[in-house]
Design a protein. Structure first.
Length: 496
C-alpha cells in the first residue's frame, strides 16, 4: 500500500535522545500507569510505518529489538538494538536487488533467533533471512505474486506471508516449511460464509496472521467494502466490515467468521478499516481484534475517530461488541493507525496516533477520483487542517494498557508515550486512495513487549520543517516504569 511514497535524500548523521531514568516496572495488574523514557530517533536513515519485533527465543539473542521501515532512497532499512532500545545500530538495507523495492515491509523474529524481513516488489514479495542478529540479510526468495501489503509470521520451520492479491482482491496466505527459504504454496483464504461475497472487489489484510497456541489454527483477518460502495466512491469504497479466515490444516482450506459489520442504516457512512486492522491471540487462545474509525464519516466532528477492541473467548467463532479503548476528555479527539500487543489472557497494550482536535483526519473526503473538503451534514467544515495551517493539530503517540481486557468491563491506563508532538495536521488513513491528504507518516505504527513485560513502540515522525523538506524519521519509545504486562509465553522457555 505504500509504494508511491517519495522521501528526500538519506540523512547520515545519527540522532539520539537520551532515555529517561529507568524505574522498576510494577507487576501485571498494578496501579501505576506505564511510563516512558525519552524519545529516540533512529540514526542514519529515513522511514515510516515501522514494524518492530522483539526476540523472545531461547537463544543468546533473546531481548534484541529490531525495527524495519520504508521510505529511504536506499529502499527498506532495518535497525537493531541489543540493549533494550537504549542505543541503535546504523541502518542495514535489505532487499537490495528487488525490481521495485521499498514498497511495504514487515519484520519478525523466529523461534531460533533468525530475523526475517519481507519487502514488496510489486510483482511479488521478497523474504530475506538474517542469521547474525540483523547485521546482514541473505538474497532472499520471491513469493506472494500480485502482492500488496505482505505480513510475516514465523513459527519455527513454518513461516507465513499473508497478503492481499491486487488482481483478484483476495486475501492469500503463502506457506514455507523450511524456515522461510521457499514458499511452495499460496492459497486464497475466502471461506464459505455467504457474506464474504460483499468483499470480492476490495479487501485489505489486517496485521498479521496469528497462530492459536491451543489448537494451532491459522487466523488471518481482513476488512472490506461492498461492490455498491465501490461504485459510489471509485475506485474503492470505505472499509468497515471485518472477517476472520481460519484454517485447521496448515492453510490448505479456510473457513470464515464474521468479526464486525458496521451500521450503514439511515445514510451513515462508517469507516473502520483505516489501515490497518489487527488481530492477535494470547497464550490462552483468546482472540483480540483492533480497529479504528468513525461510525459516520459524514459527521466526523460528532462521531470522532476512536480505537475499538473486540475479544473472542471461543477461538474466533463469536466476538464481543466493540470496546472503546481511548478515553479523552468528553469523548473527543481523533485516534488513528492503531496497533496492539497481547501476552497472557487479558494483557493488552494498544498504541495509536492521537490529537485533542476532533474531525476527519484526512482533511479531504473522497478518493483519488473525486475529492473535496470534508463537511458535516450541515455543510460545516470538519476536516483537520494541513500542517501548513496555523490551526494544524499536533499529534502524539499514546498507549493504553489493560490487564483485564477479557472482563465484562475492562479498564485501560492511557498515557502519552512521547513528550513532544510527532506530527502536525492531516493524517491519511486510506492508503493509496488518499489523494491530496497527508501520507508522510504512512499507514501504521508498531508495539511489541519484551521479556520483562515492557512495551516498546516504533512510529514515524516529522516536524513542520522536516515535512516541508520531505523528511520523515523513525522514532522509538521505550517503557521504563509503571505497570508491565505479563511477559510473552515464549520468555518462559529457559535459554540452554
Amino acid at each position: 500500500m505504500t509504494r508511491l511514497l517519495v522521501l528526500a535524500a538519506l540523512v547520515g548523521a545519527a540522532v539520539f535522545a537520551a532515555p529517561g531514568a529507568t524505574a522498576k516496572p510494577s507487576a501485571p495488574g498494578g496501579t501505576k500507569a506505564p511510563s516512558f523514557g525519552g524519545d529516540v530517533v533512529l540514526p542514519g536513515g529515513q522511514g515510516a510505518e515501522p514494524s518492530m519485533a522483539i526476540d523472545t527465543s531461547p537463544t543468546a539473542s533473546r531481548g534484541n529489538i529490531y525495527v524495519a521501515a520504508i521510505g529511504d532512497p536506499n529502499a527498506p532499512l532495518e535497525w537493531h538494538s541489543y540493549d533494550s532500545g537504549k542505543s541503535w545500530s546504523k541502518p542495514v538495507p535489505f532487499d537490495t536487488s528487488g525490481q521495485l523495492r521499498g514498497g511495504d515491509q514487515d519484520i519478525v523474529v523466529n523461534s531460533n533467533g533468525d530475523v526475517l524481513a519481507t519487502d514488496l516488489d510489486v510483482a511479488y514479495a521478497s523474504v530475506q533471512i538474517s542469521k547474525d542478529q540483523g547485521k546482514s540479510f541473505n538474497a532472499g526468495t520471491q513469493t506472494a505474486f500480485e502482492d500488496d501489503r505482505p505480513w510475516l509470521t514465523a513459527a519455527g520451520q513454518n513461516v507465513y506471508v499473508a497478503y492481499h492479491d491486487f488482481t483478484a482482491e483476495t486475501p492469500i496466505v503463502c506457506t514455507s516449511h523450511d524456515g522461510g527459504n521457499t514458499f511452495p504454496t499460496c492459497i486464497p483464504t475466502f471461506g464459505g460464509d455467504p457474506s464474504v461475497a460483499n468483499c470480492v472487489e476490495n479487501t485489505v489484510p489486517s496485521r498479521s496472521l496469528s497462530i492459536d497456541p491451543t489448537n494451532f489454527s491459522l487466523n488471518f483477518m481482513y476488512s472490506c467494502s461492498t461492490a455498491a460502495e465501490n461504485a459510489q466512491h471509485p475506485p474503492f469504497g470505505p472499509l468497515h466490515d471485518f472477517y476472520l479466515a481460519q484454517s485447521f490444516d496448515g492453510g490448505l482450506t479456510w473457513t470464515t467468521h464474521t468479526v464486525f459489520q458496521a451500521d450503514t442504516s439511515n445514510g451513515k457512512a462508517p469507516s473502520y478499516g483505516n489501515i490497518f486492522g489487527n488481530v492477535a491471540i494470547d497464550s490462552g487462545g483468546n482472540y483480540y481484534a483492533l480497529f479504528d474509525g468513525t461510525a459516520d464519516d459524514n459527521n466526523a466532528d460528532t462521531n470522532p475517530y476512536h480505537v475499538y477492541l473486540e475479544v473472542s473467548t471461543d477461538h474466533g467463532q463469536t466476538w464481543s461488541k466493540p470496546i472503546q479503548v481511548d478515553h479523552d476528555a468528553n469523548g473527543a479527539g481523533t485516534h488513528v493507525l492503531a496497533h496492539l500487543a497481547v501476552t497472557s489472557p487479558g494483557n493488552v497494550d494498544v498504541v495509536w496516533y492521537g490529537t485533542s482536535a476532533t474531525g476527519e483526519p484526512n482533511g479531504v473526503c473522497g478518493s483519488l477520483v473525486s475529492q473535496s473538503p470534508c463537511t458535516d451534514s450541515s455543510g460545516t467544515p470538519d476536516g483537520l487542517a494541513p500542517y501548513t495551517d496555523a490551526k494544524a493539530p499536533a499529534w502524539n503517540v499514546y498507549l493504553a494498557q489493560s490487564t483485564n481486557a477479557l472482563s465484562a468491563s475492562p479498564t485501560f491506563k492511557q498515557v502519552a508515550a512521547n513528550a513532544s508532538p510527532t506530527h502536525y495536521g492531516e493524517i491519511c488513513t486510506n492508503g493509496l486512495v488518499c489523494g491530496s491528504s497527508d501520507r508522510s507518516i504512512l499507514d501504521y505504527i508498531s508495539v511489541a513487549v519484551d521479556c520483562k513485560g515492557l512495551a516498546h513502540i516504533a512510529y514515524g515522525g516529522n516536524t513542520k520543517a522536516q515535512e516541508t523538506a520531505g523528511e520523515t524519521f523513525v522514532h522509538v519509545a521505550n517503557q521504563t516504569g509503571g505497570t508491565a504486562l505479563a511477559p510473552p509465553a515464549a520468555c518462559s522457555t529457559p535459554i540452554p
